[in-house]
Design a protein. Structure first.
Length: 295
């Protein structure tokens, strides 16, 4: 956009480098102030977005911690039942031949030893992420955790979370057939075969305790990664908030430059409208300072 200075104003300004600078300073500073105001508003909007995202992630992390606690509690209850069975009855080894044709190798191993089916582990968690998770679990200072998270890209954190969730889905997909088979076998045992029913019940409870512990660890990993994302989002929000404040103060400086240059032109031109504009600018800056300090 081309700026044209009126001829009468040109005559009143010295045709020197300083005079030329003075003639365009109000316009340039106004553009700069408007740009800085837009940047300050943009940074504040991004800070608010990161805060809202952090709140959503914290809610998801809370759900995962709830699942973790429920699974740990169920595992503890299963182990208590095992102790009661051991104390009240003699538990014998399970004969795989008596379980029927629905008992595959994975089901027999689950009932006899409590071994969980093999599940693909996927890619391991990267070292910086693992270190940050350990720092959170160890209640390290927030400054230390923030320094660790600064070395972790947001994309790497999201990928680690996706892998952890995929592991949980794979674990459920592998264990569900075994769970269903054990339920069918236990339901098909004749009521008069109390010894086999007792032994199968013991094997089922032992397997369930191991399964709940494994599920709890998976939920804990997801919760820890979500906690890291919450902190990462809060760090980003703080950064954008600081940048917004810096841009705001820069805007005030540009506005002050507009007022000073307008006063200079007004003093030289002795024009009433220039003086009114300058006074309005001074009033705006003074009001902004009052709001910042007192309200």
């Amino acid at each position: 956009m081309k700026v044209t200075i009126p001829e009468d104003l040109k005559q009143d300004l010295p045709q020197t480098p300083w005079g030329k600078i003075l003639s365009v300073t109000p316009v340039v500073m106004t553009v700069v102030a408007t740009l800085l105001a837009g940047l300050a508003s943009s940074e504040m909007t991004r800070a608010q977005y990161d805060r809202a995202l952090g709140a959503q992630l914290q809610s998801k992390a809370g759900d995962q911690w709830g699942y973790f606690q429920a699974k740990k509690l169920r595992g503890a209850m299963q182990r208590t039942s095992l102790d009661l069975l051991r104390a009240s009855a003699e538990i014998g080894p399970i004969d795989a031949a008596r379980l029927g044709g629905g008992a595959g190798p994975a089901v027999v191993a689950a009932l006899q030893t409590g071994v969980l089916p093999e599940v693909g582990t996927g890619a391991p968690v990267e070292a910086p992420i693992a270190a940050a998770m350990a720092a959170v679990e160890g209640y390290r200072p927030e400054t230390e955790i923030s320094g660790m998270l600064a070395q972790v890209p947001a994309g790497a954190l999201a990928e680690a979370l996706a892998i952890a969730r995929r592991r949980g889905g794979e674990f459920d997909a592998v264990t569900k057939p075994v769970n269903d088979a054990i339920d069918r076998i236990e339901g098909s045992i004749p009521a008069d075969d109390k010894a086999l029913r007792r032994d199968v019940s013991f094997g089922r409870i032992r397997y369930a305790a191991a399964r709940y512990d494994a599920e709890a660890r998976l939920n804990q990993t997801v919760a820890n990664l979500l906690e890291l994302q919450v902190r990462k989002s809060n760090i980003s929000a703080e950064r954008h908030h600081r940048r917004s404040g810096s841009f705001f103060f820069g805007m005030l400086g540009a506005q002050a430059a507009v007022i000073i240059s307008t006063f200079a032109v007004a003093a030289r031109k002795r024009n009433f409208l220039w003086t009114v504009a300058a006074c309005a600018g001074v009033t705006a800056v003074a009001f902004a300072i009052y709001v910042y300090v007192r309200l």
